[in-house]
Design a protein around this ligand. Structure first.
Ligand code: ACO
Length: 326
């Protein structure tokens, strides 16, 4: 079985900054509440005419440049998103056309915040079997368009961005050591968009009652997040024959600084090993970890030989953890 290597990373963050002070003018909130309860100071928001595939395209180009590969070399495209351009066709197909690549396989993954790590894990199976050699995995989220800007419980948390990687069979350089994927549909009602699917199709009533916006039970998610992230990380490390003592750099999902600190404490990891970007970017769902990985690589925070742990948790419920030797 062939191992996989991340041969290039890229990301794209919209230019428009929305600060906590801006939010104070929109809903009944304060910079003090948002900072102490979440750790978020500001986030990025797309322009009106920007959609997930636009962000995905920009992140993909950067990842392919870093990997020194041309779009025509790609064998498959996976896009992780809960904010696709439309219900269907897949945003991955829209991206395939924008990139001008061959008629290769392209599909979306709808696994909320865990989608990027699910995508890498799925892609690595195609590489392991020898079916494909060069796979683009992109996480692209435009959460500002499904957030209810009248709901202070959610609108202060979520934001927009995209990150991408190119995966190839391991030759030298980094390699993916192990992964753990999981889900628990019992918690499906803790976060989601109730209307617009086949259960509750769009109607005047669903629009009037704001059912097309994200609804979230923050407290319920908080408890599950810490437990699930530690369990997923435990399993991925065990599979790789490693312990937390071996980990040089930890990239957790960026939902809340209090969740991240609780998780790091349980793992026995000091905060200087933990990657944080939610203060600048908020929660970008699947894109959070993808953007964090790209920035850490470009800023050379990750060095050759480092053992990297990436762990996510989100809607579904879903979770995923990945160990990479860089
Ligand atoms: N500004 C001011 N007050 C607020 C705000 C706000 N923006 N939002 C909520 N409050 C109030 C509440 O109304 C409540 O007031 P009350 O006591 O008078 O009722 C009070 O603050 C406390 O609310 P809690 O919900 O208990 O606050 P908590 O400390 O739990 O923080 C938060 C809420 C930030 C949402 C936290 O629970 C959290 O981060 N949860 C995890 C979210 C998560 O993991 N998401 C990942 C999945 S998302 C996905 O998959 C797309």
């Amino acid at each position: 079985m062939r191992k996989s290597s991340i041969v290039g990373t890229g990301s794209y963050i919209p230019k428009r900054v929305l600060t906590n002070a801006d939010l104070e003018k929109m809903v009944d909130t304060s910079d003090e509440w948002i900072t102490t309860r979440t750790g978020i100071k500001e986030r990025r928001i797309v322009d009106k005419d920007e959609a997930a595939s636009d962000l995905a395209y920009k992140a993909s180009i950067k990842a392919m440049e870093a990997a020194n590969i041309k779009p025509e070399e790609l064998d498959m495209i996976i896009v992780a998103t809960i904010t696709p351009d439309m219900i269907f066709p897949a945003t991955a197909c829209v991206l395939q056309e924008k990139l001008g690549v061959r008629k290769i396989a392209a599909f979306d993954l709808e696994v909320a915040c865990s989608g990027f790590l699910y995508g890498i894990s799925i892609a690595s199976q195609f590489i392991a079997t020898g079916m494909y050699d060069t796979i683009l995995i992109v996480a692209a989220e435009v959460l500002s368009k499904i957030v209810d800007w009248q709901d202070r419980n959610t609108c202060v948390l979520f934001a927009d961005g995209a990150g991408a990687v190119v995966l190839k069979p391991f030759e030298d350089g980094n390699q993916i050591i192990s992964s753990c994927l999981g889900a628990d549909g019992e918690g499906a009602d803790l976060v989601g968009v109730p209307a617009g699917g086949s259960r509750l199709p769009a109607s005047l009533e669903t629009v009037r009652s704001r059912q097309h916006y994200m609804k979230m039970n923050g407290n319920g998610l908080f408890k599950e997040a810490v437990k699930a992230m530690v369990q997923a990380a435990d399993i991925s490390l065990q599979k790789g024959g490693l312990t937390y003592k071996d980990i040089d750099f930890f990239i957790p999902h960026q939902a809340n600084i209090r969740i991240i600190k609780a998780v790091a404490k349980r793992m026995g990891l000091s905060m200087d090993k933990v990657c944080i970007n939610l203060d600048r970017y908020g929660n970008m769902s699947a894109a959070s970890v993808a953007v964090a990985l790209d920035e850490a690589v470009r800023e050379k925070r990750i060095k050759r030989g480092d053992k990297i742990l990436l762990t996510c948790f989100g809607g579904g419920l879903s979770w995923a953890s990945l160990v990479i030797e860089w």
